[in-house]
Design a protein around this ligand. Structure first.
Ligand code: DGJ
Length: 558
């Protein structure tokens, strides 16, 4: 009989909890150092896709929506260009925003709007013409030798006022069209801010500020001694000054926008990649290899102190170095900073990084350039060119798996009950240490008895284990098998016990209710639950503990 066996049992341990906020306004929630975005009162996991820089136009958007749908995304990240929406000072045209919002709704997608304002990749390329052509009124950064850069000075009140006015107008408009529907769930303010071309602004106004005492608010928050920038920060004075002025500026822009419509707002980060070319250099050069003063790793404390209105500093990740990815996760997942990846490569690294982020509390994830046909083969700012070797294995499988359970995933994450294992070179078998048992994950096939798993040639094996109850798990993965054992610590505590599967069900959630398609047993469970590639399946497994030797049974038998 082909009919699904329907178990109308609600998702026992994952009660999607409502959250008090007027009209279901999107906001961030924190529970015991775990975070979630809450949309319409429910936890929401951003399965995002960012479109190419020049794709938020009527001619290119259809391809973007198609790509988002094909990869099972629930959210599109799309730019709003300052030069387009304010072509003349004070004359706003937000019809491009209306187009984005209306078309996103037609495609049942949410939006993260990216404000391409004063900064785009450490430069000013999206400021309107009336700003570009008037550097007297809207000052540029200057190098130490007085060269004007294509970077706006963050020490200029005129620049700040112009951006604030435009961004506040944008948020007022978003409120007017979307405060009921919540199609727009977050806003990225500026894009990879900082200065490309100089370690800091040396214009006369900036120089004067640099020679003045470090502002008292920063000194107080970071417990600094008093003095000017050089006295307080020594060799880091130039970049620290750039970080403070940039963070302070963007904080004011964010605050002006939130005063109109307080959506969660974040800044994406072009972080400092390690220097590989010259081994004896310990760090890359600010302003040359990454934008100086942006929220890169070393600048986080200054940004957090100077920009309390910014909800998240969110790293863009463009490397296939998994060790580096793990260190970036560790750096940006902080108790004062929800983890969110607004950009990463749309290639074979997508699946493993997505799973790793999922198991480390991320509130969302988004590859860049999902409408790839619109993108010529150019290096990104980090100098990496997409190649055939980095072509995605299957861009749809990750979100296809998670999209139907996105709400439960966000809730489990908020409760700290979501775990993942991601294959790495030399680590084809890994244990996930859960509170009540270990999940042992073996990557690659075939897995003959008694041998170490072979792993995969591209290290793309990955698995997820969600803890629904002490011995009740939701499991999924790609090119992985998952079995459960009692942990060494548990056996030491209580040696006379063993673990046994009560029931393993393959199925899916429909409106939060688990539906069993079949019960797995025999070859499908005896050597672990099997998850082959390109076949997104969910398994719910319940286990129990049994004594190894039960004295009572023997006593009764005598
Ligand atoms: C990072 C930027 O934030 C994006 O807007 C885009 O330029 C990508 N790099 C291109 O790789």
């Amino acid at each position: 009989m082909k009919k699904l066996i329907l178990f109308a049992v609600a998702f026992a341990s994952v009660h999607i909890q409502g959250s008090a906020q007027p009209n279901g306004m999107p906001h961030l929630e924190k529970r015991d150092n775990h975070f979630s975005l809450i949309v319409d009162g429910k936890p929401f996991f951003v399965l995002g896709g960012q479109i190419n820089n020049s794709s938020a136009w009527p001619t290119t958007l259809p391809a973007a929506w198609n790509s988002a749908e094909a990869m099972h995304a629930n959210t599109v990240e799309a730019p709003v260009y300052w030069e387009q929406v304010e072509p003349t000072k004070g004359a706003f045209d937000f019809s491009p925003v209306d187009l984005l919002v209306n078309q996103a709704r037609e495609h049942h997608l949410h939006l993260v709007l990216l404000w391409f304002g004063t900064w785009k990749n450490g430069q000013n390329h999206y400021v309107p013409e009336w700003i570009k052509s008037d550097p007297k009124t809207y000052p540029r950064e200057e190098t130490a030798y007085g060269k004007l850069l294509d970077v706006m000075s963050p020490s200029s009140q005129a620049n700040l006022d112009a951006d604030k006015t435009a961004f506040a107008a944008l948020m007022r408009h978003v409120k007017s069209i979307d405060s009921t529907d919540h199609t727009v769930i977050m806003v990225q303010v500026e894009n990879e801010s900082g200065s490309v071309g100089s370690i800091r602004d040396f214009s006369p106004a900036a120089q004067k500020a640099f020679e003045s005492p470090v502002p008292a608010d920063l000194a107080r928050t970071l417990h600094l001694r008093s003095g000017n920038w050089t006295a307080v920060f020594g060799p880091d004075a130039d970049e620290s000054f750039a970080a403070y002025t940039t963070a302070h500026y963007i904080n004011d822009v964010v605050a002006a926008g939130k005063a109109e419509y307080p959506l969660p707002m974040y800044c994406n980060v072009w972080f400092a990649y390690p220097v590989h070319a010259l081994e004896n250099r310990d760090r890359p050069s600010a302003g040359q290899e990454y934008p100086s003063g942006g929220p890169q790793q070393a600048n986080i404390p200054i940004w957090k102190a100077a920009a309390p209105s910014i909800d998240m500093l969110a790293p863009d990740f463009y490397s296939d170095d998994f060790t580096l990815f793990r260190s970036i996760v560790a750096t940006y997942a902080r108790s004062d900073n929800p983890l969110f990846f607004p950009e990463c490569r749309f290639d074979a690294t997508f699946g493993r990084y997505f799973f790793y982020a999922l198991g480390h509390g991320a509130i969302g994830f988004s590859p860049f350039g999902i409408d790839r046909a619109q993108q010529p083969e150019v290096p990104n700012p980090q100098g990496i060119i997409a190649s055939a070797a980095t072509t995605p294995i299957n861009p749809a499988e990750n979100y296809a798996l998670i999209n139907p359970i996105e709400q439960q995933i966000a809730q489990l994450n908020l409760e700290g009950k979501l775990y993942t294992a991601v294959e790495d070179k030399g680590a084809a078998r890994q244990a996930i240490h859960l509170p009540t048992a270990d999940a042992v994950v073996s990557f690659g096939y075939p897995q003959p008895d008694g041998t170490y798993p072979p792993g995969t040639s591209t290290f793309h094996g990955r698995a997820m284990v969600a803890e629904l109850g002490p011995l009740d798990f939701l499991v999924a993965g790609f090119d992985a098998s998952v079995s459960f054992t009692l942990s060494a610590a548990e056996l030491q505590r209580q040696p006379n016990q063993q673990l046994e599967i009560l029931r393993a069900e393959e199925g899916r959630y429909v409106d939060g209710v688990w539906q069993t398609a079949r019960i797995l047993n025999g070859d499908q469970t005896d050597r672990g639950l099997n998850f082959r590639s390109s076949n997104p399946t969910l398994v719910r497994i319940r286990l129990h503990k049994l004594p190894l030797y039960d004295e009572a049974i023997h006593r009764d038998a005598e």
